[in-house]
Design a protein around this ligand. Structure first.
Ligand code: FUB
Length: 436
């Protein structure tokens, strides 16, 4: 860890106490988190519960978020969808729990299309575009083919586990798009296993985490000295957490911290088919077992800061109220559906020892535009500036608007964007911002 000044550490501790971080994404319903640590970033692949509640899972694409500080998450948009597997997969629904794994400079996403099989898609970057290189399901074994987890052992052998209501596995070939040998069912089934396996290894011991116990699910785990089992049940990590009858976990070690990712039904109008990803930090027990991890609203503390003098994408945020995020080929990802009373929070910005004097944002509006109050520390904290976003001629006719700061800002602060304007109307879209 790089040296940080005492002031920065105190500020980070203060902010970590005063904020709720869970669920981590408020602009969409997200489920079945699968973290991938790559270089200095956590890439978090998730499923997407559509807003329209059809009384069952309504899932058509897979999304990516990323963070370097664990509190500010950038919406990287859709990485794959049912269309990616149009040669063989049903196209109406079924984009269930995926996991992505880097190998030899490529990224392999294992994506189940429920009732059609498990596909593999490959990309040159974590962001995609992911394409289906084999044009058929990698796994089409039975109706149980959901929830793949991929793991590469120290000797380079990769294993794919999946399945509901029992776990299956195959040994993958090094091309990561084919396998050798038979699909095998566990002879000793991990106790109370239902679905959602997550295979990992720590200090020579293999861990299989999974959703257990029937409905409502808890999250439990078993260990083994071999990636193929037999597995010894070790207990519940996260008890049934309410609101969502499923749960599904992934774990990640990042910058000396261990994180447990799962889903809840805690967003407004959320529930079993409108889930929301949450994160808890934990420490393994001295004997390598998991502690009990309880869901919290508080979530995790920041482990880094952001530079407000570099262009920050508006879709990077720690918390938001009311706004949505969408993307297209021309602009990429941006914040939309901004109405009066909506707000966004970006945390732990390190302004350093010299205050910037201006704030610049890229905005677009096909109506009358609106106003963005830029405050620090809380929604009623000191007002740095007020930015007037004008009518620009269209929702994607972007204009760069600059406002002078009313007050100096130094050190580490959270930033609040509070939106004002005509009641009921969409105000403007918001693509990026920076201080200078
Ligand atoms: O998201 C659809 C299904 O719900 C997943 O495949 C299961 O793990 C459960 O979370």
């Amino acid at each position: 860890m790089k040296f940080k000044s005492i002031g920065v550490l105190i500020a980070m501790a203060f902010f970590s106490y005063s904020h709720a971080q869970n669920p981590i994404i408020q602009t969409k319903y997200t489920a079945d988190p699968a973290p991938m640590v790559y270089n200095d970033t956590v890439f978090l692949y998730v499923d997407h519960d559509e807003d329209a509640d059809i009384g069952f899972f309504n899932m058509k694409n897979w999304l990516l978020y990323k963070s370097t500080d664990m509190v500010n998450w950038t919406d990287c948009g859709q990485v794959a969808s049912l269309k990616t597997f149009s040669k063989w997969g049903r196209q109406d629904n079924g984009a269930w729990a995926l996991q992505c794994m880097p190998r030899n400079g490529k990224f392999y996403a294992y994506c189940p299309v429920q009732l059609s099989g498990i596909g593999v898609a490959v990309a040159n970057t974590p962001y995609g575009p992911f394409v289906d290189p084999i044009g058929k399901p990698l796994i089409n074994n039975s109706g149980d083919d959901i929830d793949p987890t991929i793991f590469i052992d120290d000797d380079g052998q990769a294993y794919l586990y999946w399945g509901n209501p029992q776990p299956y596995y195959v040994k993958m070939n090094s091309d990561m798009t084919s396998y050798s040998g038979k699909i095998t069912t566990q002879t000793v089934k991990p106790d109370k296993y239902v679905e959602g396996p997550w295979l990992t290894k720590r200090n020579g011991l293999y861990y299989l985490l999974y959703a257990a116990n029937g409905i409502p699910e808890n999250l439990a785990y078993a260990t083994s000295t071999s990636p193929l089992g037999p597995w010894t049940y070790k207990g519940v990590i996260m008890p049934t957490q309410g609101a969502s009858f499923t749960n599904h976990c992934g774990v990640a070690d990042f910058k000396g911290h261990s994180y447990f990712m799962y889903h809840t039904g805690k967003l407004p109008r959320g529930g079993g088919f409108g889930r929301s990803v949450a994160i808890e930090e934990f420490k393994y027990n001295a004997d390598g077992t998991f502690p009990t991890i309880l869901p919290t609203d508080k979530g995790v503390s920041p482990i880094g800061t952001m530079n407000p003098r570099e262009r920050v994408e508006a879709e990077t945020m720690a918390f938001s109220k009311g706004v949505k995020v969408e993307s297209n080929d021309e602009t990429g990802v941006y914040v939309c559906d901004i109405h009066r009373g909506d707000s966004m929070v970006v945390r732990v910005l390190d302004f350093g020892k010299t205050s910037p004097s201006t704030f610049t944002a890229s905005v677009a509006s096909a109506l009358q535009g609106g106003i963005m109050d830029v405050r620090i520390d809380s929604s009623h904290g000191p007002l740095l500036c007020t930015l007037n976003a004008p009518y620009t001629g269209g929702w994607e006719k972007w204009q760069t608007i600059t406002a002078n700061l009313n007050t100096k800002v130094e050190g580490v602060h959270d930033l609040y964007f509070i939106f004002r304007g005509n009641e009921g109307a969409k105000l403007f879209n918001f693509d990026w911002w920076k201080f200078q």
